[in-house]
Structure formats: structure tokens, C-alpha cells
Design a protein. Structure first.
Length: 217
């Protein structure tokens, strides 16, 4: 069974309270590694950018929160690409959020950044362990805030984690807060989450939210 198969579905309003607790507990396990390597900064790693020029990550994305999709040889599927484009569209109104792709394998395609294989990237390569394409969220200071974090198809959760990353919060902390903030009827329990959703999506949350969370690679 592929790891990208959805393992957690919030929108199960028929669940009993005890079962809901089990689902939430499982969801927290899925997000517990998002904050791995938060002490690792990648501002100094060298890339070959879209124009073929050598740049440091910090120079390219200084002061930006970066949703960085990383792959080695296997690219996004058509469905993943569709969800990725929709995610980008939802964040178009945030000037300090950037979406970028990074190839760490042999792909020499002109439309992606490529990681230079030198001393600057050695530590980043060591921790990557990439099989399928995986997203990382990089903070404005270059720190890894979400290691193999939420994917574009992780409905609503990925949006919340990116929004909190703009404030410098790591992915595990924000994802767990989000999970705690949803009740057994798939509704937000806090005014803060309702206000966030309304601003971000441009509409009030419905009575039954459709949310999902996939496993990491």
C-alpha cells in the first residue's frame, strides 16, 4: 500500500467520541515528525535556478516563507500537480509566501531549481531521504519548519500549517493545534480557527468540514 494513500479522514461525523479520540491520536502521530530538523537552516545551500544561474537559497528567497516541493527522480502525478496549483492559487494573496520546486536528482529540466552537489548541500542531502516527492516548509530565516510536511491534497491542514509558518511556527505544533481544534462533528471548536478559515478561504466554514491528512514518505 503506497504511503501517499490517505490514512486519516476528519470528516467522519458518525464517529463516537471515543473513536474520534483514536482518530485524532492517529493524526497526531502522522504530524509528529514535521518538526524534525527545525534547527537545520538551508539558506546557504547552493542551487542552479530557473535561469541556470548559481544562487544560494537565502538569496533567492530572502524573507519569504517557502513551500518547497523536493523530488529526486519521480515527479508529481497529474492529480498531485492539480492540487499543488490549487494550493498556490489560494496563497496568491500572501506576498511573503513562495512556492518552489527543487530537484535533488539527475533531472536537468529548465523549469525547476536543482541542488548543487557540493559541501553546502551535504547536510541537507543527508536528511532528505526522498523516495516520492515531498514538501518542506522553510521559514523566513531559512529554517526547516516542516520536514516532509503536509501535502497539497491534505485539505485545510496544509493551508493552516503554511499560514502559521509565516509566523515562524513549526509544522508539528500548528498541525496538532489544528487537530485539537476540530470536534467530533467535524466543526471548529474555537473562534480563532473560524476567523482564520473565513479570512483565508473567503467564506465561513460549513457545518461539516472536509479534511484529510496523508502519511509522510
Amino acid at each position: 500500500m503506497k504511503k501517499s494513500i490517505y490514512l486519516f479522514i476528519f470528516a467522519l461525523c458518525v464517529l463516537a467520541s471515543s473513536c474520534t479520540m483514536m482518530v485524532k491520536g492517529f493524526a497526531k502521530l502522522l504530524v509528529k515528525n514535521y518538526n524534525d530538523y527545525t534547527s537545520t537552516h538551508i539558506s546557504d545551500i547552493q542551487l542552479v535556478d530557473l535561469k541556470g544561474k548559481h544562487q544560494t537559497f537565502g538569496n533567492l528567497y530572502n524573507g519569504k516563507t517557502v513551500y518547497l516541493y523536493v523530488w529526486k527522480d519521480k515527479k508529481l502525478s497529474a492529480e498531485q500537480e492539480k492540487e499543488y496549483l490549487l494550493l498556490k492559487k489560494r496563497f496568491a494573496k500572501y506576498p511573503d509566501v513562495v512556492f518552489a520546486n527543487l530537484c535533488v536528482g539527475s533531472d536537468t529540466s529548465a523549469n525547476v531549481n536543482r541542488l548543487v552537489d557540493n559541501d553546502s548541500s551535504a547536510e541537507f542531502r543527508r536528511i532528505l531521504k526522498i523516495n516520492d516527492p515531498a514538501p518542506f516548509i522553510i521559514g523566513k530565516d531559512g529554517a526547516i519548519l516542516s520536514y516532509k510536511g503536509p501535502k497539497p491534497e491534505d485539505k485545510i491542514i496544509v493551508d493552516y500549517v503554511i499560514c502559521q509558518a509565516m509566523k515562524g511556527e513549526d509544522g508539528t505544533k500548528s498541525a496538532k493545534r489544528f487537530i485539537r481544534g476540530v470536534n467530533g462533528n467535524s466543526q471548529f471548536k474555537s473562534v480563532q480557527l473560524i476567523e482564520w478559515y473565513t479570512y483565508h478561504f473567503g467564506k465561513a466554514p460549513s457545518n461539516k468540514l472536509s479534511m484529510s491528512l496523508s502519511s509522510t514518505n
